[in-house]
Design a protein around this ligand. Sequence first.
Ligand SMILES: Nc1ncnc2c1ncn2[C@@H]1O[C@H](COP(=O)(O)OP(=O)(O)O)[C@@H](O)[C@H]1O
Ligand SMILES: [Mg+2]
Length: 133
Amino acid sequence: MPAVLLAPEGPAPLVLEPSVEAPAKARRYLTDRFRELGHADDFVGRLVVTELVTNSYKHVGTGHIVVRVLLDVREPLAVIEVWDESSALPLVQDESDDAESGRGLLLMEQLVHDWGVRPLNEEGKITWARCAR
Ligand SMILES: Nc1ncnc2c1ncn2[C@@H]1O[C@H](COP(=O)(O)OP(=O)(O)O)[C@@H](O)[C@H]1O
Ligand SMILES: [Mg+2]
């Protein structure tokens, strides 16, 4: 796990095993963090953290998954960060007539202010999304 996620300052991150229970635990954590931060509406945040944690579980599936929920320092936005140990990057798929899956990030993109990926060299990556609060 990268040192940046283990910084002693700030709220404790949520560290998850990549299991089928991970998304539910992440939703509970997000709701608690939003409450601590004074956000009444956690609807979008719960959808976003579910998608990102599910992606780490399904598409990486090894190591830990680490979730943080922070306030943006400059804008009235909440930042949801999900770290996993893989350097492979999320890739928004083209919408297609036939594909059975591959629309999660496309859907998420419609809900958030912006999102992106921070590669951490040998230490995996952080996929983040900022949503209104
Ligand atoms: N955390 C991740 N690590 C590596 N690859 C990812 C990750 N998240 C998403 N991807 C890649 O991006 C693709 C698109 O993700 P998404 O739109 O969520 O569709 P789906 O999860 O249904 O495949 C995935 O199929 C996968 O190849
Ligand atoms: Mg997905």
